[in-house]
Structure formats: C-alpha cells, structure tokens
Design a protein around this ligand. Structure first.
Ligand code: UDX
Length: 433
C-alpha cells in the first residue's frame, strides 16, 4: 500500500518505519526542514533503540522516504496518518490546531478515495472534526479512522511490531478492510484488532493511560502510607501483583510519572469530563498525588539536612523521564533539580543519553558528568531519579570514597535497604524503612 504519515515525532516515525518494513511504500512528512533534511541524511532526531537501523534499512531498500511536501506524499496515498503533536491547551484540554490544519491540507491534496487516520492522541469527537475539516475542501471520497497508538518510548519498535492489541475506530466497512490488511502482519489471535466506533477508539487511548497513571499514583500513596506505619512497599507491591486480577506491571512507586503522555492525557481526560458536566474526581486525585510525588525527594533531603540545602552539592543519576530514552518531557528530574537549585544547592548530573536534552532545560545552571562516578565527587548526597540499568550494580566502595557523605535518596528503589545499611550508606528509598 502507499502510505503517507504527517508528523515525524515518536509516533509518526515509528509507525512509518514499521509499515515500510512490512513492505509498504511510505512517505513521512514534516514542516520542520531541519528534521526532514536530517532524516534524509540518515540521522534520527530522537533516541529509540533499534529505530535508526530500521530507518536506514528501509530508506536503502527504497520503501521509506521523507519530504517537506505534503501534497506530493498525500496525492498518491491510499492511507494517510495524522501523527502531529497535540500540545496541552489553555484549560488542560488537547490543542487540536495542528491536527485540523493537517486535515485540511490532506483534504486539498487527496486525489482518490483515501483513508485518513488519526494516530495522534486526540479527544473524543476529534474524528468528526477531522471529517468536517476535510469535507469542507474536497469532493473526493474518504473515510476517517481513529487508530490510537499505545507504544512506549524505549520499547517502541517492539510495541508496534508486536502490539497487545490494535484499536481501529470506524463506521466504514471499506476503511475497516484496508486497516485490517495494513495491520495483518503485526497481529495474531492472542493480540487482536478491536474494531469499534471512532469515539470509543478515541476514549480507549485516554482510558488506558489514565488507568496506568492511577495504578502508579495508587502505589505512590501506598508508599507514603508505608513510610508512616513502618511497612515496606516492596513487599506489598510483590504480594499485590501476584493476584492475577491485579498483575505486576505499573505497580512501582517512584518519583511520579512523567513523559509526553500520562500527565497530558490525564489532564485532557479531566477537561473532557468537565466539558460534559462530569467531574472526574478520581483522576484529579491521581494528578495531585503525582505532583506531591515529584516533590518528595527534595523534601526528604530538606528534612535530612535540617531544613536547608544552601551551599551543598548534590549528584543526580538519571535525567530522562524513564530509562532507554533521552526524552525529558514532564520528567520528575526537572522538578527535583529546580527544587535543589531553588534552595541554593549545586547540582552535578549524569544520564547515559539525556545530557544533551538536559542542556535545553538547565543550560549552565548545573554541571554535566559524562560518567556516573564523576557525578559523585565531593557531593553531600546522591539522588537516583531514573532507573537506568547501569545504576543497578555500581561499585559501592568507590561511590563511598568519592562522596563527601555516603547519603543516597533513591527515587526508584533500586537497592536493598538492609545491604545499603551494612555497606555504611544512609539510604532513603520510597516507602521503605
Ligand atoms: C505511555 C504508555 O505506556 C503508552 O502506552 C502510551 O502510548 C504513551 O504513554 P511512555 O510515556 O513511553 O508510554 O512511558 P511508560 O513506560 O508508560 O511510563 C510512564 C511513566 O510512568 C514514567 O515516568 C515511568 O517512570 C512511570 N512509571 C511507570 C512509574 O512510576 N511506575 C511504574 O510502575 C511504571
């Protein structure tokens, strides 16, 4: 099939590459000239394991190309994906201007029956707005499909190539058949396609992210309670997860959820509720807990150091919102580092890949260490913010010898408290004695 993808962010780039890799002819479009030139030269503007190799392979085999010219890509395409950004609007709702502009431009460029697919995470009712925007400018036949993307950063290719499920929202039999064919290489009996109406498909995406965010905030609340009553949330987590109705994933307490999806989507869902006269109290509490959680480590440090952090130096391990990505959107590290700087402390930070991204947030206000141990020299304490694998088994004696005082505030519970005590560290995790 001939496919055009509008928007070369995470979702667009991964979807485009994977569709090309299953034999389709894919053109990715963006308005950002630098990005398109870079992609044409084989440079990938984001860090995602395996993506660069797969892009290069498909470009070389001439199934994947990049262009600034939307009309040229859309004209011959049978399926056009809208995968542009939906930033947070003024009242917490998703801002649809990029989606609707893309829709109109697609409408003007279409030459024969086209399936237009909303891949961006968009509020309920957007497919109808997209349909309207297109029909204003063309007489060519088309259908609009809602096909939300569930991929996780850091595991995006795996998630796309072997999805738990594919959600396709459409009332058109013709569009349904085409979408079914397109996804056939990626689905099996145990990971099926769910066909539904566009509104249910749009809501499914928000509901999934809101449910996962709720699990995380719930566990962060349990961790706070564990600290009060002297329990260990890690025991609680494991025993909870063993209940098959609950399951293990997304039960890790930590420094709060971040990333480009959870914070934005929970807010947008609350806004959608409000728009329809419904107050989603549970989700507002999920947000409140997450805000509190992002402040937790700095508050622990304040308490430990007697109310003042001025003049102290702290090491930070991990800047990205989670491992295996250089993405720092809504990363808890931002709130933590700003908190430390705001209290008059100095910060030296290390991240295996996000150092460059971090400069956009902190500039020269912090120091950047290219190796983990460099972020420990002479520090009053270490903050562990992202659970990168390389932090899990460090040389603790070496750490102790480098640090001014062996104190660790671990926002991801990656070490065993008893062992850390034995090794002579003052160690504070989340919800553990
Ligand atoms: C998420 C959804 O998982 C994905 O399906 C959707 O398409 C986009 O949003 P992503 O943002 O890449 O994906 O990250 P994810 O791995 O889900 O983690 C989100 C946040 O939750 C991270 O900040 C992570 O540290 C935090 N988290 C996750 C926890 O604090 N505890 C957990 O147990 C799991």
């Amino acid at each position: 099939m001939r496919i055009a993808i509008i928007g070369t962010g995470y979702v667009g780039l991964v979807a485009g590459t994977c569709f090309a890799d299953s034999g389709n002819d894919v053109t990715c479009v963006d308005i950002d000239e630098r990005k398109i030139r870079a992609l044409q030269a084989g440079e990938v503007p984001l860090y995602e394991p395996g993506l660069e190799e797969l892009i290069r392979k498909n470009v070389k085999e001439r199934r994947l190309s990049f262009t600034l010219n939307l009309a040229e890509a859309v004209g011959p395409a049978q399926v056009v994906f809208i995968a542009v950004g939906t930033p947070e609007g003024e009242s917490g709702d998703a801002d649809l201007q990029y989606v609707l502009t893309a829709a109109e431009q697609i409408g003007r460029a279409m030459r024969q029956y086209t399936v237009v697919v909303d891949k961006s995470t968009v509020p309920v009712g957007t497919a109808d707005k997209v349909r309207e925007a297109i029909s204003h400018v063309t007489k060519v036949e088309f259908d609009v499909v809602s096909n939300p993307e569930f991929l996780k950063e850091g595991a995006a290719l795996e998630d796309f190539l072997k999805p738990d499920r594919v959600v396709i929202g459409t009332s058109s039999e013709r569009a349904r058949r085409i979408m079914g064919e397109l996804y056939a290489p990626f689905v099996r009996t145990e990971n099926p396609i769910f066909y539904m109406d566009t509104r249910s498909a749009e809501l499914t995406k928000y509901a999934a992210n809101a449910m996962l965010s709720t699990r995380i905030s719930f566990m962060n609340d349990m961790a706070a309670l564990c600290e009060k009553v002297g329990a260990d949330v890690d025991f609680v987590r494991k025993a909870l997860g063993a209940d098959r109705r609950i399951g293990y994933p997304f039960l890790f307490p930590g420094v709060g959820y971040g990333g480009s999806c959870f914070p934005k989507d929970v807010k947008a869902l609350v806004a959608t509720g409000r728009e329809h006269g419904l107050e989603l109290d549970l989700l507002r509490a999920v947000e409140r807990t997450n805000e509190r959680q992002k402040k937790l480590l700095v508050n622990k440090a304040l308490k430990h150091f007697g109310g003042s952090l001025a003049g102290r130096t702290f090491g930070v391990w991990g800047l990205s919102f989670k491992p295996k990505t250089d993405d720092m959107r809504e990363a808890p590290s931002i709130e933590i580092i700003e908190g430390l700087l705001g209290k008059g402390a100095q910060v030296v930070a290390h991240d295996p890949v996000a150092d460059r991204t971090a400069r956009r947030y902190f500039g020269d206000r912090i120091r950047y260490a290219s190796l983990p141990y460099e972020a420990l020299e002479g520090v009053d304490a270490l903050f562990i913010v992202t659970e990168w694998n390389e932090f899990r088994h460090p040389d603790f004696e070496r750490m102790k010898s480098l640090m001014k005082s062996p104190i660790i505030f671990d926002g991801r519970n990656i070490y065993d408290p008893a062992r850390m005590r034995e090794l002579g560290f003052t160690y504070q995790g989340i919800g553990r004695p």
